[in-house]
Ligand binder design. Structure first.
Ligand SMILES: NC(=O)c1ccc[n+]([C@@H]2O[C@H](COP(=O)([O-])OP(=O)(O)OC[C@H]3O[C@@H](n4cnc5c(N)ncnc54)[C@H](O)[C@@H]3O)[C@@H](O)[C@H]2O)c1
Length: 450
């Protein structure tokens, strides 16, 4: 069956969409575009006049924002949202842990000043916090919890009629990706915004460099090398009263049902640029390797600490993608692009070709984190919804297929990755037993559908 989000959205049934997998051939439009931009979709979006449903639309009105997840990024996103539009107010908070919610409230009250307008009755903790915040009159929800929770939260937010800022990655498995594709299509049909936390898409220097490459500044792209060679991230030392589930949720980076592994959680920023450089046409297959050489202790859950994956596109171009999280090693985060007439480095904003080029104003450019929210709030005010659903889902799946190639040692095809029914983590998390932790062993572990 060919994947057609529009047809299914017309039935307004997320469940039906999320159970639909693509079996189309690599170059059909349905593989190129998860979210259709057909005239019919535009017509649906046009008839769903969200301005009449939202009191905040007129220029001087208040945009009410709710934050889900009082962690590092959630605090940052709330700040970015308030800075983006003087009419924004933070009016509700949801956080699974009561103590983190209380700490978050204090910090936000201080940092947001008069834009903090959160009454006590709009602060929610526990597993139901997301459902409760969606019942308030917020216009926009900022989703900044671990990625494993994103598909359910995104689906609920769109069903509740909220504009969404959605941190990356959007899922940790293919069923989750399909659920977010469906939710994004539903958002489009309802005239709601979906803005992705894949922030480099909003960076002036990166955007200018990629646009130049795509307009032929280095000829045709032959090869891409994506490096994200970095040190380690934080770990929260477990306290005696933490249950295993408590410890996993707080140290979510190290559990693939929550983070997708650092290959998905962090490296997606680089993979997304390779996807963008292919005009958002996904690769047909990949193979790779990886392992867990340094971070072998139990506290590091079940993720690897290094990966090296090669992606191949239908036109023969390749992307060599390497990432590492280890202390004391060579670090480098850069996108190297090799073309028939030159080379480029995207993060350096530099092109060497028939005409050399360097983006000017690298030091003075505005923060890409602010720019995402400026775009979101402007789109809401102008009544011209932005929907980043297509690329955020494709890049998430590209990361998932690379991770699975390294875990299994198998060649993974895009279509198989997309159709996969392998689901990580519990359907409905609670404080019961934590999911079992087992490190995938290449050659033994199998990607379920390959
Ligand atoms: N775009 C970027 O550059 C960037 C940078 C950092 C993090 N991120 C992304 O932001 C997200 C959050 O990362 P972080 O660094 O803030 O993590 P964090 O652990 O600091 O914060 C996550 C918060 O969510 C809470 N939480 C967990 N499950 C919840 C649930 N079901 N309901 C409500 N609250 C829940 C946690 O208790 C925690 O307070 C991740 O997806 C991460 O990949 C993006």
């Amino acid at each position: 069956m060919t994947f057609d989000p529009l047809q299914l959205v017309q039935q307004d049934s997320i469940e039906q969409i999320s159970s639909t997998a693509s079996s189309d051939s690599p170059n059909t439009p349905s593989r190129r575009t998860f979210l259709t931009t057909s005239a019919a979709a535009t017509a649906i979006a046009g008839t769903a006049n969200f301005l009449t449903r939202s009191a905040h639309a007129a220029g001087s009105d208040i945009i009410k924002v709710g934050l889900v997840g009082c962690g590092g990024r959630g605090m940052g996103a709330a700040d970015n949202a308030m800075k983006a539009d003087a009419g924004c107010r933070l009016t509700a908070i949801a956080e699974v842990f009561y103590d983190r919610m209380e700490a978050g409230k204090l910090q936000l009250k201080k940092s947001l000043g008069s834009q903090y307008e959160v009454p006590e009755e709009q602060c929610f903790s526990g597993w139901e916090a997301l459902d409760k915040i969606l019942q308030t009159d917020i216009n926009v929800v900022l989703l900044a919890t671990p990625p494993g929770f994103r598909p359910a939260q995104m689906e609920a937010a769109v069903k509740a009629g909220k504009h969404v800022f959605c941190e990356k990655p959007v899922a940790v498995d293919a069923p989750g990706v399909r659920r977010v594709i469906a939710a994004s299509a539903l958002a489009e049909s309802k005239g709601l915004c979906v803005v992705s936390g894949l922030c480099w898409r909003y960076d002036y220097g990166v955007k200018a460099t990629i646009e130049k490459i795509l307009s032929g500044a280095i000829g045709d792209i032959v090869t891409i090398q994506e490096n994200y060679l970095a040190g380690t991230l934080w770990i929260r030392t477990p306290k005696p009263d933490w249950t295993p589930m408590h410890a996993q949720v707080l140290n979510w980076l190290y559990y693939r049902w929550l983070s997708g592994d650092h290959y998905v959680e962090q490296f997606i920023h680089s993979l997304d640029k390779a996807m963008w450089l292919h005009n958002d046409v996904p690769p047909v297959s990949c193979s790779g390797m990886g392992g867990r050489q340094v971070r072998t202790e139990l506290e590091y859950g079940d993720i690897y600490d290094h990966f090296s994956v090669v992606y191949e596109w239908a036109d023969g171009t390749r992307c060599f993608a390497s990432t590492r999280q280890m202390k004391g090693c060579f670090n480098q985060t850069e996108d190297f692009i090799f073309g028939t007439k030159g080379t480029a480095r995207v993060l350096a904003h530099e092109i060497k070709g028939e005409t050399n080029w360097q983006f000017e104003g690298k030091k003075d450019k505005p923060s890409m984190y602010d720019l995402e929210h400026v775009a979101l709030m402007k789109a809401i005010r102008d009544g011209k919804p932005i929907n980043n659903g297509d690329y955020m889902c494709k890049s998430t799946l590209m990361a998932i297929m690379g991770r699975e190639a390294a875990y299994s040692g198998q060649v993974i095809k895009w279509d198989d990755a997309f159709a996969s029914e392998m689901k990580l983590g519990p359907d409905k998390p609670d404080w019961g037993p934590a999911p079992e932790v087992e490190v995938p062993m290449p050659g033994t572990y199998k990607f379920i559908d390959a």
